[in-house]
Write a new protein. Structure first.
Length: 724
């Protein structure tokens, strides 16, 4: 354990990169950004399966072992796996029963005055069970193929590997049976392409491409290495004399079926010879080998959906230059935080986590779709993404000077709108109800928890507001108002119709939902505190967007805002919900996310909350919470609450709490457990909390309000935006 392409986002980033003019600077002298970044370069000296390194562009990523390539995918399968994944690479198993998504629906009555149909997991055998399981499992994200060297792990010595964060290049050196290898690996910033340079005195060197069949499992490396008949690879000619193209066919009956995707290997320096024309009598194969006897061999490997996308061929040097140019812009034109003047001994570790999190989120989380918890590294929840997590992944982009990366992903909501409207309609509500667990098509995955969550609903409003605040001028602000105004209106329409008016109490209540603290049940839960505060904040923002766009406020929305229930409390402590037991002895109410703290922290103080009771609740949670049953983003959530409560010592302590789910591996990934060896919402939450602790929030202009002012945390930063 450690304690310490398609229309890819990088293309948009390069074209649209801007820095918000309102970004503040809290540094007496300009920060030497290259020094800050490079002193946190990951360095690997062993075949550590939890220390894999990744290159990528936000919509495509390639993760390597200590050889600089994907030489040992089976060895790393239960560590940080060696994934080659993209936004577009998805697969579904056959559906011979013609199962339909509506067969997974179940009717509920939560007291909203009408029947509500939810997509659930049926436990009893039958078509409904089969349908719910099939649509939960399909589609699932694919591993596009492993590119490695033909070596044996026990014969490798003298490992020395570094990821240069400033250029995006992984430099790997090692010996193999006394022969030296030097491997350099980069990813193109706008194409789904890696480039590699191999220098070795081993004339037996072999480059290996292995293509797995999808597994469709809940959480794994997505590699079924045993399937043959449904997993076909064939040579498909050449784009040039130096480029081999491979056609990949899954679930086809012959090599002539339409391809699922293509792979092009463009050879540069050195010579190569294809050494396996077939495997065990098969006319097609999943193991492709190239012998590379030259001292220096370079090649690029690109994955794409079309046979010939009309793209120019590129050399290793060209890709390396493109990568270096992109990453230098990323680091110099976004925000940076320098902890080198801090005397607290934990400061260097916090800086390491911050810098590596910036890199990992740009590599994994800036694509055409919202990211999955494990990004483009390996599959969790079948490779699908969760909309209640998008805030944790991507709010930081707006605060750290990269709003265009957030804007790029939010465009997916336009594609999802028709499905979200249908969900709201079948449940009897207005507007659009954003799904929880989904895929690029926006289909709703059946779930007995996710389908009942509501805290993903206001995220779009919050994130669009961050874009508006980050806009450098009035023209850009108007652009965001025109672009997202309709979606915000439809999102708020659902929120208004979902709230129920309690005539006896003269108030609006939230019920029939599972809150962010998922240990509570939908049928039993009324007025979870975080959701109440989020409803108030988001509806206020939705009204502000109407006024900015020249429209009047909705009177009925103001009625909801003014009459939302206050947060329920007892003995000066906030409860997990108004219907929760009036005691904290039940483990269900002290496990999972301490979401009550998100009501003031993630969100500004609203009329639903009282500062004194919230401070008492913070102290109680710090002392009594079941921290072994938490998640990586819980720690930054606590830190944000502590900062707003004027307790910077507790904010720092929360960020650096010595707990398993707050562990950050040598590569910067937030380790959770043996199932989730990485968890990117933790990284994103860390960046959001640090931005807030440095730049503050509306109404609090003092620099570094989230850090102690005793001289031990002299944090210097540039380019951060304050939180709302």
């Amino acid at each position: 354990m450690y304690f310490c392409l398609k229309n890819t986002p990088m293309r948009k980033y390069i074209i649209l990169l801007t820095l918000a003019a309102s970004c503040a600077v809290f540094a007496t002298q300009p920060i030497d950004r290259k020094t800050v970044v490079r002193r946190n370069n990951p360095h690997v000296t062993t075949l550590d399966t939890l220390a894999s390194l990744t290159v990528g562009n936000g919509g495509f990523a390639f993760t390597v072992d200590a050889t600089g390539l994907q030489t040992f995918p089976r060895m790393y399968a239960n560590g940080v796996p060696l994934g080659t994944m993209s936004d577009w690479g998805w697969h579904s198993f056959d559906n011979p029963q013609n199962l339909r998504p509506e067969e997974a629906l179940k009717a509920y009555d939560f007291g909203h005055g009408h029947t509500e149909w939810y997509s659930t997991q049926y436990r009893e055998a039958g078509r409904q069970h089969d349908a719910s399981e099939w649509y939960r499992q399909n589609p699932h994200r694919m591993h596009l193929g492993a590119v490695g060297l033909d070596l044996q792990a026990d014969k490798i010595t003298d490992l020395d590997q570094t990821l240069d964060l400033w250029t995006g290049m992984i430099d790997s050196r090692f010996s193999y049976e006394g022969r030296s290898y030097h491997v350099q690996t980069v990813c193109h910033p706008t194409r789904d392409m890696i480039a590699t340079r191999i220098e070795t005195d081993d004339k037996r060197a072999v480059v290996r491409l292995d293509f797995p069949y999808p597994t469709g499992k809940h959480s794994d490396d997505a590699c079924n290495w045993d399937e043959w008949e449904k997993n076909l690879t064939s040579f498909d000619g050449r784009l040039s004399n130096a480029t081999d193209t491979l056609k990949r066919v899954l679930d086809g009956k012959s090599r002539f079926d339409a391809a699922d995707y293509y792979v092009a290997i463009h050879w540069g320096e050195g010579t190569h010879t294809h050494v396996n024309p077939g495997t065990s009598g098969h006319p097609t194969w999943n193991k492709v080998r190239f012998k590379c006897p030259s001292r220096v061999t370079t090649f690029t490997c690109e994955f794409f959906e079309q046979k010939d996308p009309g793209r120019s061929l590129m050399s290793f040097d060209e890709v390396a230059r493109a990568s270096a140019s992109y990453w230098e812009r990323f680091w110099t034109e976004g925000a940076i935080v320098d902890f080198s003047d801090c005397t607290d001994p934990r400061a260097a570790e916090l800086e390491r986590r911050v810098v590596l999190s910036q890199y990992l989120l740009a590599v994994n989380d800036a694509g055409d779709t919202p990211p999955q918890e494990t990004g483009l590294t390996y599959n969790s929840w079948f490779g699908k993404f969760h909309l209640e997590m998008i805030w944790w992944h991507q709010a930081q982009f707006a605060l750290w000077g990269h709003p265009e990366l957030l804007d790029h992903t939010l465009e997916w909501y336009f594609k999802a709108e028709p499905m979200a409207r249908e969900i709201a309609r079948r449940q009897g509500f207005n507007g659009v109800r954003w799904m929880k667990m989904t895929d690029p098509s926006a289909a709703e995955a059946p779930s007995n928890v996710g389908s009942f969550l509501i805290w993903q609903q206001p995220h779009l409003i919050y994130l669009a507001e961050l874009l508006y605040r980050a806009a450098p001028d009035a023209e850009k602000k108007q652009y965001y108002l025109r672009k997202y105004g309709h979606l915000i209106e439809e999102t708020a329409l659902f929120m208004h119709s979902f709230a129920t008016y309690d005539h006896s109490g003269g108030r609006y209540v939230l019920k029939g939902c599972i809150p962010a603290q998922e240990t509570l049940r939908a049928a039993e839960t009324v007025n979870p505190p975080f959701e109440l505060s989020y409803w108030h904040y988001a509806m206020q923002v939705a009204q502000a967007w109407r006024e900015r766009s020249g429209m009047p406020r909705h009177a009925e929305w103001d009625e909801l805002i003014n009459r939302l229930s206050p947060l329920a409390s007892k003995d000066s402590l906030y409860l997990a919900a108004e219907t929760a037991p009036q005691t904290y002895e039940d483990i269900r109410f002290t496990s999972d996310h301490p979401a009550v703290l998100g009501a003031v922290g993630i969100l500004p103080m609203t009329p639903q909350a009282d500062a004194g009771i919230m401070r008492n609740t913070l102290h109680w949670i710090l002392d009594h919470w079941n921290w072994d049953k938490t998640w990586g983003w819980d720690f930054p959530m606590v830190a944000m609450n502590a900062a707003r409560m004027g307790e910077p010592e507790n904010a720092v302590n929360a960020l650096l709490m010595d707990k398993r789910t707050n562990t950050y591996l040598p590569n910067g990934h937030n380790f959770q457990d043996n199932r989730l060896r990485l968890y990117l919402p933790g990284n994103g939450g860390l960046l959001t909390a640090v931005a807030m602790m440095c730049a503050g929030w509306d109404g609090h202009a003092t620099p570094n309000p989230g850090f102690p002012s005793d001289g031990s945390w002299n944090v210097r930063w540039e380019g951060l935006l304050p939180m709302p």
